[in-house]
Ligand binder design. Sequence first.
Ligand code: SAM
Length: 315
Amino acid sequence: IKDMADDEAIQATNDDASECKRYAVQLGYWCDPFISLLVKQTARKQPEINRGYYARVKGIELFVDKFLKLSGGKGQIINLGAGFDTLYWRLREAGNSPANFMELDFPSITAKKCYHIKKHKQLIDMLNTEDGEIRFSTTDLHAANYHLVGTDLRHIAELNSKLAQAEVNFNLPTMFLAECVLVYVDASATSSLLKWLAGKFPNSLFVSYEQVNMKDKFGQVMLSNLRSRGCLLAGVEDCESLETQQRRFTINNWEGTSAWTMVDVYDSLPVMDRSRIEHIEMLDERELLTQLLQHYCIAVAWNGQTFKNLSIAQG
Ligand code: SAM
């Protein structure tokens, strides 16, 4: 029963993420015409939170763009714990889709997403279908190059069969996205997952966004950081430092890895873009933003030559 309560609390973190994204989009931080179809209007968020989400979304997009360029549109993107992410539709609108796009989350979350997609013609119409056919179940949706499937990332056999239903091709260049997800998965399940993916996808890039620098000056994991929205951050030990984030990949057979705090990611974004968003809302204490950004990071890992040594440098 405790585990079920934790799983429900974990699923609720999707509400937080998507509400914060919707709020920042509404203020004009970045453009996403689709998020408001999935999430209702929400209460005000602090300016530093909005800027933090801006850095998160732009940081991920930076690697998505690099992946799409290097794979020449012939790759596949697998979004692990995708929640209500709108990346598929944003890429379609930009005319920049990969060959296949798969989204995985708990069935309770994918069921809600299926419901919203079905409800909005704008979302349905953008699903690429060669013969006009889209297959729905309560929790899963299959179109020609978009697949939304309900599964628990801690269960590899089920994951394997869900990926097969999503027409995965293990030999294509593949990008995995895990945006604020692995921290909710316990360390041994994350290890099994990363090892399995490393063994199955020889030409791949993993991009993970999550907490980092979670210990205080005495070397203790900050207690307030152990729970978020009432659920245990089961993977928090791997969030100790950039090194532990990277080690998690290397010990699970990924060939190479790099990691940056979000302070570095934010500073690497184009000056014009930063200057624009810094004028949206006043932020009296810039230190607040720096403190927030220091506690999040992007870690990447690769297998094969195509995505070797990718960095946050623009272009
Ligand atoms: N990636 C989305 C984003 O950044 O907008 C959602 C982030 S939300 C903080 C974390 C997501 O991971 C939730 O949707 C949750 O259901 C999903 N998740 C956590 N553990 C999972 C697991 N074991 N299996 C499937 N999904 C999981």
